[in-house]
Design a protein. Structure first.
Lengths: 308, 361, 253
């Protein structure tokens, strides 16, 4: 029972992280129709910026400054701000060229981007796994169940991020413009929304959120330049589970995947979390085949396949 | 009048073409003899290895093109068949518990394993469309790597397997050359057969094809299995030639994307496209790899973006408008355009839209 | 031998065909029959379920209730390509030609069914099939376009090509969805003429969905009228045009 409870708690924490991690992916897909295969790499990029700030590694491996060393969670706003600018620029230079084009174009272009980012990270920061140090360590013990403090902070941050994004999309003028652009580009243009600006803004915000996931992951799991793709795949799976751009769906999908992975990790011996990615994939294929519209019905059905 | 579907050889140029290809083939057959001449100044063993690798890539790209280019199912995890072929061959040849198999037998079984897996995974995934199929296959690929990694008793896990070393570059040269020629001929044959026309019909309009009496499931699976089987053979050959396999070298992320990139550069859905693309990318990469080792993957990423944005119809499309070819833009466009607000005119040819991509601000 | 029996039995028969999309009943319990050698029309205002019914009859869409028989074989659960093999073919409201294949190749791909064997397909086409395809292309006045990619054809020419593709397997029944929409008047006459010829000379049965009442009354011996998924009326074109329920559905009360 304790073991089950522990697995459940771990799963919920992992799941909330997944939900926050995949939001950027889902919103970019929903609004722009771009499947961002560099998603995991943006998470890693956020993680590395956090690491640079945390360790004061201004030139990684060459110049280390003591005064910089920031608490990773406090660095979060700064990381998000930097990555917002990065995202805005990437959208203007590259992504804008593939918006409205068939998905494969965006898949391949963002895949090229992911190769560039991961190898640039490898060149600048080496391929060694890195981990940041947080003062929010330790754990609470409730009976035989352990609740790690760091992961609780991550859980809280994940919820805050999801909540703010929801509030932003539903209750601000810009957020409403973004939703309008997602639903009907032409109509949004006609009522005077500058679609290019909205897209760049959306991409910037989504990349900022995505990078925040990198900050959140950095104290608990080592980051390395090539850890992106499994995260991208999970983001895709959860999007397929959730339906495009559905926030409650994202949370449910994230929790489902997190709990499944955590249960497998605990109950199926000798397998470890590496194989949990298989669970994500099986879930993805089963859902795509049996419920093409996603489990929770998003903004639009995920697969409007012609019925045979 | 030649048979109607023989679009690849126009009657007039056919003879010159055949003679040219014959001469090229003869030259390629003679290359290994160069190792015997003088003191290997021109043809070295490492040069033969390069050719061997190029032939493998040509074969792989042609196989990928059968599902990706002809049938229109863009497979992002095709290298899973390569990996299965490599591992099945490796496991049988290094069998610790029983008899170690000879290379040939292991190779055939390896390819069969890949083919059987193609049926198993194709039945569910080929029901998916567009990016969902692509990502599902990518997931298959990543999952298989992890499964191989944890199946330690059989696969050696992360440590990998060392095959009996057998250094005979000319042999592998001829093996891969023979396979490449066989596969290209097969693709050429398929393209002009009714089977190939049906595959293109599925790519162009799957529902229509089904309505007009084409058993789309059977056709898709067959194409997938052929591609999987042949890719498995290449995997097995690669394993033996490389003498060492582990999950990370066999299931390297970039392998499938290399194939996509090569086929795209050459021309998706043409017989010559993958050959041309694989050969060019191989040599470009060789130069880049030698000159900027640290940067070569970044350059490759940039190249991929460049090809997608600026040469979407491929070299074949640029030089010769092969009407049976297609472009990625079109292939996926059609399916997604149906839900996009900005629906392109049905009469826009892929070439027109290709120009559009470059113009878009 | 069986012809005498078949002449009274319907070629295509739907019994209580029902199709729902979520809460919307697109086609509600419709009984339907096409007899050999007939040209039957299917009309109704926009959104009345005509195309959905056609999709259900030809198995593009699964039906929720009811049964469909073709040549007295139940096809309710059959795969679309099997239905095609039985001798039913169709055209589509949104034209479906293979744009990258030439007119001739389009026809060849829609060939007659010769068994499931893929081996038989490894040859580059049967000479008889090609002869047949060329004859049909001539018949449809497309001979000058034989080697053009279908993507370069005009809308009307594509409709003709689609008709040809539907004729390639030598079907007994052809379902035509909007045979003449978007086609210039001269070509409409050609299409009508060709359909009539196929009907009288070869005894092909047709089921035609069309907006243009003149097209329907010129061509069809019997008409079904749908509205909101229900069968509103059935009879000869003249009877149907006089029917008050039909007038009301089309022009409002």
């Amino acid at each position: 029972m304790d073991q089950f409870l522990q697995a459940l708690i771990n799963g919920v924490m992992l799941g909330a992280f997944y939900a926050a991690m995949m939001l950027g992916f889902s919103v970019i897909w929903g609004v722009m129709g771009v499947i961002n295969l560099a998603h995991g790499e943006f998470i890693m990029l956020g993680g590395y910026i956090t690491w640079v700030l945390n360790k004061g590694q201004i030139l990684p491996g060459r110049l280390e400054v003591d005064w910089l060393k920031m608490e990773p969670f406090y660095a979060l706003p700064l990381v998000m701000a930097i990555m917002f600018v990065v995202g805005y620029a990437v959208q203007r230079v590259l992504i804008n060229r593939v918006v409205g084009k068939p998905h494969l174009v965006s898949l391949l272009v963002t895949f090229g981007l992911s190769i560039i980012i991961s190898n640039a990270l490898k060149l600048t920061c080496s391929a060694d796994p890195r981990i940041t140090e947080t003062r929010f360590g330790g754990a609470w013990n409730l009976g035989n169940v352990t609740i790690p403090v760091t992961k609780t902070v991550i859980l809280g941050l994940a919820l805050v991020i999801m909540g703010s994004l929801w509030g932003f999309l539903n209750h601000t003028r810009t957020g409403k413009s973004i939703r309008a652009a997602a639903q009907n580009k032409q109509a949004a243009r006609i009522v005077g929304i500058d679609i290019n600006k909205i897209y760049a803004l959306t991409f910037g915000i989504c990349i900022a959120i995505t990078a925040a996931a990198g900050t959140m992951i950095s104290p608990t799991q080592a980051i390395d330049p090539f850890k992106g793709p499994p995260l991208t795949l999970r983001a895709f799976s959860i999007t397929a589970l959730a339906g495009l751009g559905s926030l409650p769906g994202a949370l449910m999908g994230g929790l489902l995947l997190g709990i499944v992975e955590s249960m497998i990790g605990i109950y199926v011996s000798g397998i470890g979390t590496n194989l949990a990615i298989v669970a994500a994939f099986v879930l993805l294929v089963v859902v795509l085949i049996t419920r093409p519209q996603g489990l929770f019905g998003g903004l639009r059905p995920i697969q409007e396949a012609e019925q045979l | 009048m030649s048979a109607p579907a023989t679009v690849d050889l126009g009657s007039g140029v056919a003879r010159t073409k055949i003679i040219g290809l014959g001469l090229l083939l003869l030259a390629l057959v003679l290359v290994p003899l160069g190792t015997q001449v003088a003191d290997q100044t021109w043809v070295t063993n490492s040069r033969l290895l390069q050719f061997t690798q190029m032939f493998m890539l040509i074969t792989l790209a042609s196989n990928w093109n059968l599902t990706g280019g002809f049938t229109g199912y863009i497979d992002f995890g095709h290298a899973v068949f390569f990996g299965l072929g490599a591992y099945a061959t490796g496991i049988l040849m290094t069998n610790q518990h029983a008899v170690q198999w000879p290379f040939w037998a292991a190779l055939i079984v390896g390819a069969l394993v890949a083919a059987v897996f193609a049926v198993m995974i194709g039945l569910p995934t080929l029901r998916l469309k567009g990016p969902y199929f692509s990502i599902a296959m990518l997931g298959t690929f990543v999952a298989m790597r992890e499964i191989i990694r944890v199946s330690k008793p059989l696969t050696g896990g992360g440590v990998g397997l060392t095959l009996p070393p057998y250094l005979n570059r000319p042999l592998f040269y001829y093996l891969t050359l023979g396979l490449a020629v066989a596969v290209i001929s097969l693709m050429w044959w398929i393209r002009r057969s009714e089977f190939g026309a049906s595959l293109i019909a599925i790519r162009e309009d799957e529902v229509g094809a089904e309505m007009r009496g084409i058993n789309t499931t059977l056709h898709k699976i067959t194409a997938f299995v052929i591609a999987g089987f042949l890719t498995g053979i290449v995997g097995g050959m690669w394993a033996y030639q490389n003498t060492f396999i582990d999950p990370d070298v066999v299931f390297v992320d970039s392998r499938t994307i290399d194939l996509v990139m090569m086929t795209m550069l050459g021309g998706l859905g043409t017989v010559a496209g993958p050959v041309l693309g694989a050969a060019s990318i191989y040599w470009i990469r060789d130069v880049v790899w030698a000159a900027f080792f640290d940067w070569h993957l970044m350059i490759q990423g940039t190249l991929l973006i460049g090809i997608v944005l600026f040469v979407p119809t491929g070299l074949i499309g640029v030089f010769r408008r092969d009407r049976s070819g297609t472009s990625l833009l079109r292939l996926w466009g059609r399916w997604f355009d149906s839900r996009d607000d900005a629906r392109p005119e049905p009469d826009t040819s892929p070439e027109d839209r290709a120009v559009d991509t470059t113009r878009e601000p | 031998m069986t012809t005498t029996v078949n002449s009274v039995r319907p070629l295509l028969e739907g019994r209580g065909v029902t199709k729902r999309f979520g809460g919307l009943v697109a086609v509600n319990s419709i009984d339907f029959a096409v007899y050999p050698g007939e040209i039957v029309g299917l009309i109704g205002p926009n959104g009345s379920g005509k195309t959905t019914l056609l999709d259900c009859l030809s198995r593009v869409q699964s039906i929720d209730e009811g049964e469909v028989f073709f040549k007295e074989t139940e096809i309710t659960k059959l795969k679309p390509h099997k239905v095609a093999h039985l001798g039913m073919s169709r055209t589509f409201q949104v034209i479906r030609v293979y744009r990258k294949l030439t007119v001739l190749e389009n026809m060849l791909v829609s060939r007659q069914w010769r068994g499931e064997s893929l081996w038989s397909q490894l040859s580059p086409g049967h000479p008889d099939t090609e002869k047949r395809a060329r004859r049909l292309i001539d018949f449809l006045t497309l001979e000058h376009l034989v080697d053009s990619p279908a993507g370069t054809l005009s809308g009307g020419q594509r409709r003709l090509l689609e008709l040809g593709m539907a004729m390639m397997p030598d079907p007994e029944l052809v379902l035509l969805d909007e045979a003449a929409s978007g086609v210039n008047p001269t070509l409409v006459e050609t299409i009508k003429d060709r359909i009539r010829a196929l009907n009288t000379e070869q005894g092909k049965a047709f089921l035609i969905v069309e907006h243009d009442m003149r097209f329907i009354s010129d061509m069809c011996s019997r008409v079904y009228v749908l509205n909101f998924g229900e069968k509103l009326a059935e009879g000869t074109p003249a009877e149907v045009i006089e029917n008050e329920a039909v007038i009301e559905a089309y022009f409002g009360a």
